[in-house]
Design a protein. Structure first.
Length: 545
């Protein structure tokens, strides 16, 4: 029955063979084919090529295509309604309930599917701080997605793998489709989280981002219950030891702005903030690479030419194997997954002290938000709960053009608890540590999308660097009349003064006023859901149409 395990951890590294599936009984699996445990990146490359999972591009990255899913499927994510967590979950559109009986049938369906597959097991950690580290086991039929997991999470040492006991398991079956009638899903695609069974089921989609974000979802449940604020943000460290956090949804610039050669990278997407400081949840980066340039983002660009990087849905020339980072024929949401040590100036331990600055990033498709503004503590809470941006084409299924969205805490799709839980924790930490907060628009200027143009990365970098270095502290500000934001009158570092005043960049100021008023109204409409939960000063910190 079955074949010998190709390489198990730790057994195969000592030369002791196992029968296929040994160690997977606790997952309910009895695989009939080979099981590969914790392979190295070169070994995973070999298997991925053998299995026809993708191609090796020029200079070494592995390229995979995930069509028809080239973005997350938030409408297909479910949490099991079970007694231990049901009273804490923020039920609704974000957290859709799945009955335990449906989950049981779905898990049996997934297990039957995986038992017939060649499997790749990856044991990893989430959480750089050992006090809060979560051991996780991923089981997948695809070698390239095992490599993705290896890149994205913290990699145990060989000695740690000897007694590795998973605290959560992910059964990943990308080719397995659910039956909505039998399994309680909406379609064949599913991301089903069972907190009681500490099990996640993912199927019906090859998009690797689901593996990453499913873990972020459970951390957003577990961490606050341990007194740790979980955050959808990147983080970096300045030469003086100052920590900066960058909150924002996909496409707003978290990865780009945190990968700054003048500062050390802590992490690019997900962090915890404990009583000891900030720590990365992950061990890698998942950067959006459409239109990536060597001049604009040299550190990230370099990773797209490295062995070990996984490129997702990037166009590859079939003859030369050269990649085309400007091509969007597969999707606008092209991605690179790479270990964080591919960024030269990263923080090896993934931990640092308490933040001095917080930057809320928005990609404003209307072109009315100022490129940078100083926020009061009340305004910081208002904009954190609002989480305004424009979803960028390709990030999620069905999004083909920028559109406004309000995503609480800049990460509502990943929040099992009510946003007010995270907001209260953030407000307490801002007050305790005297954190200065900023709002930065990386979206459009000179008009809305289709009329104006995206903010120049060089200008945004100069503004952020000036803010973090304290060079804006003594510069006068002007109060923007619609949103009530304090906008610096000038920014050192080559930023034209006129860029700072969005109304003046529009050819028609009357059209600007109309667009700004409309957006202000959308802010107010969205914030009504939080109005009774916050201090009056926070309610009054929003825009006035």
């Amino acid at each position: 029955m079955g074949t010998e395990v190709k390489r198990s951890a730790p057994a195969s590294r000592t030369g002791t063979p196992r029968r296929a599936g040994a160690g997977l009984e606790v997952s309910g699996l009895a695989p009939q084919s080979a099981v590969h445990w914790n392979l190295t990146p070169p070994e995973l490359y070999e298997h991925a090529v053998r299995r026809g999972e993708g191609v090796i591009a020029e200079r070494g990255p592995f390229c995979a295509v995930t069509t028809p899913h080239t973005g997350r499927s938030p409408g297909d994510k479910f949490l099991v309604r079970e007694p231990g967590s049901a009273d804490h979950i923020w039920w609704g559109k974000v957290n859709q309930p799945l009955e335990p009986a449906h989950f049981e049938r779905l898990q049996q369906h997934v297990v039957r599917h995986l038992d017939a597959q060649e499997l790749f097991v990856r044991d990893v950690y989430a959480g750089a701080d050992p006090a809060y580290r979560l051991p996780i086991r991923f089981i997948t039929p695809n070698a390239w997605q095992a490599l993705f997991v290896h890149n994205m999470f913290l990699r145990p040492t060989l000695s740690e793998l000897v007694d590795f006991t998973p605290g959560f398991q992910v059964l990943h079956a990308p080719e397995c489709l659910a039956d909505p009638a039998a399994h309680g899903t909406k379609s064949g695609t599913f991301i089903a989280v069972n907190l009681a069974k500490r099990t996640i089921l993912i199927g019906g989609t090859r998009y690797a981002g689901e593996l990453k974000k499913s873990i972020f979802t459970i951390l957003n449940y577990l961490m606050p219950r341990q007194g740790v604020l979980s955050m959808h943000c990147s983080a970096n460290l300045g030469e003086t030891g100052d920590v900066a956090l960058f909150f924002g949804l996909s496409g707003t610039g978290k990865t780009t702005l945190s990968a700054d050669p003048e500062r050390k990278l802590i992490g690019d997407d997900e962090h915890g903030w404990s009583d000891r400081g900030v720590f990365n949840f992950e061990g890698g980066c998942y950067a959006k690479v459409i239109h990536l340039s060597r001049d604009g983002e040299p550190e990230i660009y370099a990773t797209t030419r490295m062995f070990g990087t996984v490129l997702e849905n990037v166009v590859v020339d079939p003859e030369t194997r050269a990649i085309d980072l400007d091509a969007d024929t597969i999707t606008e949401n092209t991605r690179a997954s790479y270990p964080i040590h591919f960024i030269p100036n990263h923080i090896p331990g993934g931990m640092a002290g308490h933040p001095s600055h917080i930057v809320f990033l928005t990609c404003d498709a209307f072109g009315v938000m100022p490129p940078i503004a100083r926020l009061s503590p009340a305004q910081a809470m208002y904009h954190f709960l609002s989480g305004y941006t424009a979803k960028v084409a390709g990030t999620e299924r069905g999004v083909t053009a920028p559109r406004e969205t309000f995503s609480a805490c800049f990460g509502a799709p990943f929040l099992p608890l009510h946003p007010h839980v995270y907001a209260e924790m953030l407000g307490e930490r801002i007050a305790k540590h005297g954190v200065q907060c900023w709002l930065v628009n990386t979206g459009w200027t000179g008009g809305p999308a289709g009329v104006g143009h995206r903010m120049r990365l060089g200008h945004t970098r100069a503004m952020v660097r000036a803010a973090l270095a304290g060079r804006l502290d003594r510069i006068a500000t002007e109060r923007e009349p619609v949103f009530g934001l304090e906008v610096p009158t000038r920014v050192p570092g080559g930023v034209p003064d006129e860029v700072l005043r969005p109304r003046g960049t529009w050819p028609d100021p009357v059209a600007y006023d109309a667009a700004a008023g409309r957006l202000a109204g959308l802010f107010q409409q969205n914030f009504r859901q939080f109005a009774d939960l916050v201090h009056p000063a926070v309610r009054e910190a929003g825009p006035r149409p």
